[in-house]
Each structure stands twice: as C-alpha cells, then as structure tokens.
Design a binder for this molecule. Structure first.
Ligand SMILES: [Zn+2]
Length: 316
C-alpha cells in the first residue's frame, strides 16, 4: 500500500488535528497502484524520501504532539526523527480523473486545502521539505509540456530520470533551483558590548504597523557569482555596509517559485547603514535581548536568528 499527498497549486490537502492542520497522506487503492508503476503522468510525481534533519534544532521544550501517523511523541522527536511516508504527490485534478478515493472535503469539515505557507510554521522540517519538493515538481511538470527552444510537445525522459525531452531538437529541461542567499550579520553593541543582529523591515512585509516584522538581508545569486560574493553584494546593495568572516550555516528549499535559501552568518566589518529605499523601510542593529517581531518558526530566517541566540546562550 502506498500513499500520496494531494495538492492544488500551493495548497495541500490537510486534516485538522488538535495542534493544527497536517498534510494527509492519502492511500492509493490497489486499483490505482499502477499510478506508481507507469513511468510518467502529468499531475503525478514520485517523491524522494524525506530525511530526518540533523541540521535544524527543535525550538520547543518537549511538548507532546499528536501527529497524523497516530503516534504521540515529543517535539524534539518530531523534529529530529519524523519522516513522511508518502511516496508520491498528485494534483487534485489528477486524483479525480484517476478515481483516487479522497476524504470528504467541505468548507466546514476537518479536511481542507491549506496554503503551504501557513503550514510550514509548525510542520517538522522533513515533512515541509517533502511538501516543498512536491509543489516544485508538480509546477515544473506543468511548465515543461512544450520545448522552450522549438515549442514542440515534450516527452518524459527514461524512467528514473527527472527530465523533459524534446523529440525534435533533443533539448532536455530539468527541474531548476534558483539559489538565494540570506545572511545573519552580527556585531557587538559599540556602547555595551552586547551582541547585536542586523534586521530589516521590507516593504514586502507591508506597511509598518505597531509591531512591524523584521527579517534578514536576502537576495538571488546572480549568474557567474559565488555564494560569498552574493552575500557581500546583497548586503552592500541593501544596507551599504561591508561584512567579513562569512560562513555557511544551513539551507531550506522554498518553493515560491523554486528557490533554495542558503543561510549564512557574517560579521559586521565597516560602514554606516544606508538602506536601499526601493526594498527596505528600515534597518538597524538590534540587541539580542530586545528583538522586534521576527519571521515565524519554520523559516530559515528564524533558524538563523535562533542559531545566533544559541551561540550567545540565549534560547529564542
Ligand atoms: Zn525542441
């Protein structure tokens, strides 16, 4: 018996549990098992196994959780050992066309399509990585039905290879990942010596409110650029300072549309903050003991800030 996630664009079919919405792993009946054996069908993709993450630490302190696998375990276990069991993902339309038995979905029921952005704040990392993978592969499939060079209809490469091949000009189109760098910049407070972190309020986070959200400096890696160069360039462009001691911390797939966020830590080197007004409303160094509202748990920005706090012996 195999299981599949069911998605519709950036939303995932979920069940409401005591601690929030969880992605449903819908059983494929024996009749629909041939879905897994056929090499390729638009709207249905096989997934890599989700790996239990050792690179992100749990932020909570051992509260118990009921998870969809029916087991009760602590947050620590959930974050460090959780692996998703679904071997594939399909679109809702594909599920309906192929008579996959779906749970009842009603507006007032306990099953619903929930935006992935809303889910990621509480899912274990391995599960959110797998949902992220599903969203990206399904949209890649939908976007590569035709050759981007000669516009002929494409066919799927041999079983086991994720590529769309043009039968006319032989162009191969693979799923693409767009690397983005995101950086936690720290320095000691010049007056008190307390460690500070640079945070910025982006226009994309909306108008400043009573408690505006502050995030880290981030941006796309450009063609021909190293990751370290991208960090230096983005920081200079957005806040006009220079940094040193750049080191890689961890990464996160981010399927909007198909990014890989690469998280770095850097030390402030020199310069006064001058913000790039097109992108930022405000940026400053904040004492770790007095942070503004920051991005939610489940985001790499949160994890990078939490890691700086842990290094200073201050749990977030
Ligand atoms: Zn072609």
């Amino acid at each position: 018996m195999t299981h599949t996630f069911v998605l519709s664009d950036d939303t995932v079919l979920c069940r409401q549990m005591p601690d929030g919405w969880w992605p449903l792993q819908v059983q494929l009946s024996p009749d629909s098992n041939d879905l897994n054996e056929q090499a390729y069908q638009v709207g249905h993709v096989t997934l890599h196994e989700s790996l239990a993450p050792s690179h992100w630490l749990p932020n909570d302190n051992g509260n118990t959780d009921n998870t969809p696998d029916g087991l009760v375990h602590t947050d620590t276990e959930a974050f460090n050992t959780f692996t998703a069991q679904a071997t594939s993902a399909m679109t809702y339309d594909h599920a309906v066309t192929h008579n996959v038995t779906l749970p009842v979905i009603t507006e007032s029921g306990s099953n619903a399509f929930v935006p992935y952005r809303q889910l990621m704040t509480h899912l274990p990392v391995a599960l959110s990585d797998q949902i992220s993978q599903a969203i990206q592969l399904l949209s890649w499939q939908a976007d590569t039905q035709f050759c981007s060079r000669c516009a002929s209809p494409t066919v799927h490469a041999n079983q086991g290879e994720r590529a769309m091949v043009c039968p006319v000009c032989r162009l191969r189109q693979y799923p693409r990942v767009q690397p983005c760098v995101i950086t936690a910049i720290t320095r000691p407070n010049p007056m008190t010596g307390e460690m500070q972190i640079l945070l910025a309020h982006h226009h994309r986070h909306g108008q400043p409110t009573m408690s505006p959200m502050y995030g880290l400096i981030a941006g796309f890696v450009e063609v021909g650029e190293s990751l370290e160069h991208a960090v230096v360039r983005e920081v200079a462009e957005e806040v006009h300072i220079s940094v040193s001691d750049i080191r890689y911390v961890s990464s996160q797939p981010w399927p909007f549309p198909s990014n890989l966020m690469l998280g770095f830590h850097a030390s402030y080197a020199s310069g006064d903050i001058i913000i790039q007004e097109d992108e930022l409303a405000h940026a400053d160094f904040f004492d770790l003991s007095n942070l503004p509202k920051i991005p939610p748990k489940g985001s790499i920005a949160h994890e990078l800030i939490a890691q700086v706090m842990r290094e200073q012996g201050m749990p977030l």
